[in-house]
Design a protein around this ligand. Structure first.
Ligand code: SAM
Length: 222
């Protein structure tokens, strides 16, 4: 760990937005998943959520394949797995997130009408069937990116980027990138995990807290 690398880790973590996330509802193409995670990293999403696709196409979520297809972004944005979309929506709502389902329906509102400075989860659907009606019903709002072309929908990763960068625009204007959104304890924990990805699991397995790091990212002996 060089001091420069550690300084970059702290800089990036100080912009992370723990109150902004996505839930990928059976997004089944690894390159789409990969592109979404990369956008999450760019916008400052701390961690993402996903329900793996049905029917055995779990390749994108198998550790090795996911790593192979998502470049390095997956290292900086862990994807938490859920088994059921509606339950995941409810769990996120219980944590205080408004869930915005991207849904190509008449009742959906223009995505720019919503307030993304609130704790927000954007629910995204699979290429073929989109977000299920049950999940759309469970969400707080249904949103749409207005389309004026011959084609009905965008690629899911393009839709995700469009919406997440609107969230970033609103959050920048509200000053949410000006001060760390993580508590000092959370920041220390994430910094250790990013700086020492091989050591962190060993500490967790032993049930030990991470050691302190000095200003240059070196481990301080106890
Ligand atoms: N046939 C699907 C449907 O009716 O929902 C199309 C799915 S679309 C190819 C894949 C995903 O991209 C959608 O579930 C949604 O998450 C997102 N998406 C694509 N175009 C969108 C738009 N105009 N507004 C909002 N989300 C969109």
């Amino acid at each position: 760990m060089t001091p420069e690398r550690y300084a970059k880790i702290l800089r990036v973590l100080s912009k992370r937005q723990p109150t902004l996330t996505v839930l990928m509802d059976e997004v089944n193409k690894p390159h789409n998943l990969s592109a979404i995670v990369r956008t999450c990293d760019a916008v400052g999403v701390l961690q993402a959520h996903a329900v793996p696709p049905r029917g055995g196409k779990l390749a994108a979520f198998d550790g090795h394949t996911f790593e192979a297809t998502s470049g390095s972004a997956h290292k900086w944005v862990p994807v938490q797995r859920h088994d059921h979309t509606v339950q995941a929506v409810q769990a996120l709502q219980a944590q205080g997130f408004q869930v915005l389902a991207t849904h190509l329906s008449q009742r959906s509102v223009d995505y720019r009408e919503l307030d993304y400075t609130r704790p927000t989860c954007v629910l995204l659907g699979a290429e073929k069937w989109g977000v299920s009606d049950e999940a759309a019903d469970a969400a707080d709002h249904n949103i749409i990116i207005p389309m004026f072309g011959m084609v009905q929908s965008l690629n899911v990763s393009v839709a995700a980027a469009t919406i997440l960068f609107e969230a970033q625009r609103q959050r920048l204007a509200a000053g949410l990138y000006d001060a760390p959104q993580l508590t000092p304890d959370e920041l220390r924990r994430w910094a250790f995990e990013w700086a020492y990805p091989d050591l962190a699991p060993e500490y967790r397995a032993r049930g030990e807290t991470y050691p302190e790091l000095d200003d240059h990212g070196q481990i301080l002996s106890a």
